[in-house]
Design a protein around this ligand. Structure first.
Ligand code: SF4
Ligand code: SF4
Ligand code: SF4
Length: 278
């Protein structure tokens, strides 16, 4: 049987598939392609470590060379662990995870599915409250001694599924934007051609427009009400004397802000995000 795999395919088969980007490429596949066409060296993958370099060297018929330290070090495999008491549910870690190993919903606590985490570290930098730790979970074992072929295959499949889903979502968003543009240009075209303008706005766009109009009207009513009260000298009253319930809510929010190290910066615009992360 003829092996129809390209060199890039065969290189990719030897990579650990953590999708960590430490090789300097956005994922394992682009690195495999770069090695295949001579753009990248075969010693740039820290998760594969020395064993990974030896595998690639054998495939390429080249000598075994040390890992390029500019790409990182070979180390025991870490696992992402979220401090659920501190997580503010911003979803940034979910968006960064290349293998969909994090579950959660906006404004709710997030958690890592340990079996799916590749230890890539990519969820750590975006977290605005630094509540993701990366403890090692493989003792002294590093590289391919800390990661199996099955785990690599599963990570690759999950990454590919995620990429396909993101591509579908992008296409759908582009299609919606194109439909909106077409709908908004229809009346002008109709005027130019003298044709009667038959609205062709998709149902979802029409629903969104209706929702926007309702919100706009509500905002306008609130603005008018505020102006009326201000004209009668009945603007916001002294907010220092609040009820016990409201004070308890304020105290709880302040305690949370102190716990997150945000209390000293309560005059800034977005008080949920530390200054260093804005
Ligand atoms: S495991 Fe990380 S460093 Fe290795 S090829 Fe994949 S993305 Fe690059
Ligand atoms: S949970 Fe974090 S460390 Fe684990 S795979 Fe996802 S982004 Fe990488
Ligand atoms: S990035 Fe941090 S705060 Fe945001 S959802 Fe993830 S763990 Fe929670």
């Amino acid at each position: 049987m003829i092996d129809s795999k390209t060199l890039a395919d065969r290189i990719e088969d030897l990579l650990p598939q953590t999708q960590c980007t430490k090789c300097g490429y956005p994922a394992c596949r682009p690195y495999a392609e770069a090695v295949a066409n001579g753009e990248a060296n075969y010693n740039q993958c820290p998760p594969g470590g020395a064993e990974g370099i030896a595998r690639l060297a054998a495939l390429l018929g080249k000598p075994v060379i040390p890992l390029n330290s500019a790409n990182g070090v070979e180390r025991p495999r870490p696992l992402a662990v979220i401090d659920e008491q501190v997580c503010i549910g911003c979803t940034l870690c979910m968006q960064a995870c290349p293998v969909d190993a994090i579950v959660g919903a906006p404004k709710q606590m997030h958690t890592v599915i340990a079996e799916l985490c590749t230890g890539c570290d990519l969820c750590v930098p975006p977290c605005p409250v630094d509540c993701i730790a990366m403890p090692s979970v493989t003792g002294e074992a590093t590289g391919w001694d800390a990661w199996s072929e099955d785990q690599a295959d599963a990570a690759r499949e999950r990454h590919n599924r995620r990429e396909a889903r993101l591509a579908r979502e992008r296409e759908a968003a582009e299609a919606r934007a194109a439909a909106r543009r077409a709908a908004s240009s229809t009346p002008a075209q109709a005027r130019e051609t003298g044709a009667s303008a038959t609205p062709t706005v998709p149902a979802t766009d029409s629903a969104e427009a209706k929702k926007r109009a309702i919100i706009q009207a509500a905002l306008e009513r609130a603005r008018q009400k505020k102006e009326e009260l201000a004209a009668k000298g009945q603007g916001p009253q002294n907010t220092e004397r609040v009820s016990a319930d409201v004070q308890a809510q304020i105290d709880a929010a302040e305690a949370r802000r102190r716990r997150l190290g945000l209390a000293a910066d309560n005059t800034a615009g977005n008080s949920d995000i530390p200054p260093t992360k804005r």
